[in-house]
Structure formats: structure tokens, C-alpha cells
Write a protein that binds this ligand. Sequence first.
Ligand code: ADP
Length: 444
Amino acid sequence: MDRFARQINAVQRRTETLNQSLAASSRQPGLLVQAFNQLHDALEELQVTHNELLLQKEQLADCYRSAELERQRYRNSFDFAPDAYLITDRDGNIVDANRAAANLFQLRIQSYNAWANKSLLDFLPQDQQNAFHYQLLRLPHEQTLKDWEVVFCKKDGQTFPATISVNTVKNLNDEIHFYWLIRDITARKQAEEAQAIKSENLQLQETVRLKSQFMAMMSHELRTPMHIILGFAQLLLRQPVKLLAPQLKNMVERIYNNAKHLLALIEDILDFTALESGKLSLNSQQFNLAELIQSVTQELQHLASRKQLPLVVDIKLQNPTIIGDSERIRQILVNLLDNAIKFTDKGSVTLEAYEMPFCRIAIVVRDTGIGIAESDIKCIFQEFRQVNQTYCRTHGGTGLGLAIVDKLLKLIGGTISVESELGEGSTFRVELPRGVESALVRSC
Ligand code: ADP
């Protein structure tokens, strides 16, 4: 454009010089002057056109600048959009993608060629590619697609759930392009799963509550007739010998013993359901623990004697008075000693009681019986779990005893632990709090 202007100026100058020299000459001056004047006019018009061209050039430059600004603005909004956007051709080959898309698929955004020769299908697990391809073929007819759920693969192979929304757009050359909006929905899926687990748990809790309610009701219904059976059986057994033939007496004894066993079972179920539903309340008062231990061991002595097992008791309590529910502590001791005797055929069963720091008392029941395998130890406190089925079949039991002991101890603020080895015997260690009364706390 400048060169064009310079040239016009040069021609103008030359024309004026020529005009002056010709005006000075005497030969046919009029005709020549007229011709040169016309030339001068033409050049002036050319100058005007040139000026207009210059103006248009500036306007064009302005347009170009604003188009470039617009393009940059679009690029920035596209690049910095929080969602992943991709543009593909109709076969799914990626034409453009923003930073969020690169982050989503773990591609390096700095790399100019990050998306070169890549298809959206490359980011799908193998088993999903056919279904995706089929959907791709239908897209030009459907125009748009919303919240289509798929699973994508990152560069490192890790998969994630996503929703896709697609729009079909035709460019100036009438070629179809797809605009994809992809959202990672991992967090939403996790929240949905957590919600499902929560409502399942609530349902489970409700089922457990109903089960406990049913069990408690049934146990009550069973306990009453059992007491009646036991009462009448006892009455019959007290009858004079002449009124009850020996064979009949033997039958009544069997009725009595089995009814007692059944009642113990019902009591266990009742206790367990009360503990499970948090309805068991403690009746705490001051009592002598050493006396309680002596009474329990005397009560069970006949079981040990029947198997010729020494039942050794070693109480080292400076202050045997504690506060607690003596009936529940008795229940714990009976369960542990009964098991120790039941699962021991030779050797001995011992019970030790001694003081612990922080106002606690340890009671250790040790036996030399069949022991428990390491893998089974964690199960024995679960309800209805009997780990040595053959032994338990011959020696009875319900698998509720230790579950009750464990729950009772939690209720009274105690603990239980066990050490055992198959064939080498077991040691159950209980720790009890002395109770809360200040006088006792001062004395321990
Ligand atoms: P059970 O009524 O069967 O004795 P428990 O809950 O008291 O039920 O015990 C659960 C299981 O733990 C028993 O069936 C037995 O397999 C095991 N167990 C408990 N105490 C002992 C022990 N002293 N020696 C060996 N195994 C034991």
C-alpha cells in the first residue's frame, strides 16, 4: 500500500515538472496542457482512492483485532471451563479439547500433540467400545444426547464413571462435529453407595430390633410353663417312696433335669436379647467378691470332681469389697469356670483373683484342656459360635455363654481377653472395675 502511494507521488511530481516545461514551450501549448491537466485529475482521483484504501485497511485491522480478541476470549472460556469439553469429528476422533478434559484423562496439557490422532474410543475400556461405537453412529440422527452414563479409562488405566452430554453441530463446510461435555461422577456414585449402605443398615437395625423383641416375647412365653413343669416335677420327686415307683421316679428325674436345662437355655436367650437391645439394667450394690468366688467354685466343684479335675482357687485381694451387680458377676464366673471344666479332661482348672492398678481387679480362669486355634479365638465371643463342633456335640452348650459374658462386661465397664493354643489349654482374663462409690475408690 505504501509503495503504491510512493509511486503515485512520483508520477504526480513528474507530471507537474512536465506540465511546467511544456507551458513554457511555444508549440501547440493548449492541447498538451489539456492532456496533462486530465492526467493530473486522474492522479488526484487515484490519490483519493488511495486514501480510501488506507482507511479501509485500518478498519480491516480493527476488525481483525476484535476478531482475535473474541477468539482468545472463546479459547480462554473453553480452556478454563471447570467441565471437560471435547470436540470430535463424526467418527469420534478428537479435534479439540480443553484443560479440564486433559486433566480428566491425565494427559499433559502442555504437550501440543496431546490429543493428536486420539479418538474418544481410546479412553473407553475394551468391553464398552462396541456399545459406544453404536451410539456414535446414531448420534447424527438424534442431534443431542443428555446424561449418558459410561465408564472411562484414564491414561494410567484407572477407570471412573462419567456422564456425557453431546450436541451435533455442522461447520461451514457442512461437516458434522460432536461437542462433548464429560463429567466425572465418582463422588456422586460414592455418595449414592454410602446412602444405599446407610438405608440397608437402618433396615438391618430394624430387623435386629424386631428379632430381639420377638425373642424376648417368646422367651417369656416359654419361661412360665417351664417353671410350672419344674415345680410339679419337684413336687412329684418329694413324694414318699411308696407312692412313686423307682421306674417312675427315674422318669420324673429326667423330666426335671431336662426342664432345668431348657430353662437355663431360655434364660440365656432372654439375657442375650436384653443385652443386645440395651434393655438389661444392672442392680449394683456393695458385696464381697472373695465370698462370691468361693460360693461359685463350691457350686461347680461337683462338675470338676466328676472328671477328677482339681479346681484350684487363689484369691489375693487386700480389699475384697466391691460395688457391682453380684448376680451378673456370678453369671460371668459360672460361664468361664463351666467352660474350663467342660473343655478339660485332664490336668486342672485354676482361678486367680488379684488387685490391679487404677481400682481394677483381675480374675484369671486357666485350664489345661483342648485349647482354641488362633484363627477361632476371634469367633468365640460371637453368639451361637462353637468352634469345636464334635466336642460341643458331646458336651452340650449353646454358643451363647461367652457372647453374654462379653456383653455383660462391656455393660459393667470390664474387659475380657483370651490366650490359648490348641491342645495346650486356655486362659481367660477378666478385668473388673471396683465400682464408683467414693469410699471404695479411696480405699483402693
Ligand atoms: P458354649 O455354650 O458352647 O460353651 P460359649 O459361648 O461359652 O458356648 O463358648 C463358645 C465356644 O468357645 C465353645 O463352644 C468352645 O468351642 C469355645 N470355648 C469356650 N471356652 C473354652 C475353653 N475353656 N476351652 C476350649 N474352648 C473353649
